[in-house]
Design a protein around this ligand. Structure first.
Ligand code: HEC
Length: 220
């Protein structure tokens, strides 16, 4: 008796299951609409056409010059303008964790050539697989290199060194530079100025913004 019962229950389950899967054409109509403004959007949907704009699209591009949240102000550098490179700088200051992060990024992206201890003798160069001698950051030639020039080196590359602009965003570039400058300050370079003590990060960001605004105004 129990066997029959379970067969019947299983059969019923199967029938119900299959019936719920039925998505024949008849079910594709929404049926009665009780709340039309919930069923039919009154606003233009993102990917629909739109008669209000000359290009006929609803999706709008950001206003020219808009900067995404948490992204840095543009640097206004032009590739090859080495004079501008040298005077370019940042007001950003970094705490110990950020300096550590700069070191982590340096070891990922730069140490293979510049060497983990920054002497220009990284594994790629010392193995003889890379022909050009990477900059030795402990050498007098680089100890006092302006930070803006370093920034440009990362952004645009330099001779045999490629650009790292797509791997490192603006803040990361400065964190790596701060990490290099910290080492240099301990090896005869200029005093280290990227430390947190000078300004809190949000004040620094505001200071950068003000400098940038002035630059924009000056360029007008
Ligand atoms: C594939 C090897 C390689 C990697 C990786 C590399 N560099 Fe270089 N870098 C070089 C070489 C070679 C030079 C020397 C270029 C020259 O002066 O001809 C150089 C030069 C530089 C300079 C001096 C630029 C100048 O104006 O003279 C800086 C600063 C620099 N690198 C920073 C970095 C940083 C930061 C990273 C990591 C994000 C990095 N490099 C990754 C090979 C590399």
């Amino acid at each position: 008796m129990n066997k029959i019962k379970s067969i019947v229950v299983a059969g019923l389950g199967l029938t119900l299951g299959l019936a719920s899967c039925d998505s024949g054409n008849m079910r594709r109509t929404p049926g009665h609409v009780y709340a039309p403004d919930m069923t039919y959007s009154r606003a233009y949907e993102s990917y629909t056409s739109n008669p209000n704009f000359s290009d006929g699209l609803t999706n709008r591009a950001p206003v020219t010059g808009a900067i995404a949240r948490d992204h840095a102000m543009p640097d206004h550098l032009n590739e090859g303008d080495t004079i501008a490179y040298k005077s370019y700088t940042t007001a950003a200051r970094f705490n110990a964790d950020e300096l550590k992060e700069g070191g982590r990024l340096f070891n990922i992206y730069c140490a293979i050539c510049h060497g983990p201890n920054m002497d220009g003798n990284g594994p790629l160069y010392s193995s003889g697989k890379f022909a050009a001698m990477p900059a030795n950051f402990k050498d007098a030639k680089y100890l006092h290199m302006p930070v803006g020039q370093m920034y440009a080196g990362i952004k645009y590359g330099k001779n045999m060194m490629g650009s790292y602009a797509s791997q490192l965003d603006t803040k990361q570039r400065w964190m790596v530079i701060a990490y290099i400058k910290k080492m240099q300050s301990e090896n005869g370079g200029d005093a280290f100025v990227f430390g947190e003590a000078t300004a809190k990060p949000d004040t620094a960001a505001k200071a950068t913004a003000v400098t940038e605004e002035k630059k924009v105004a000056a360029n007008k």
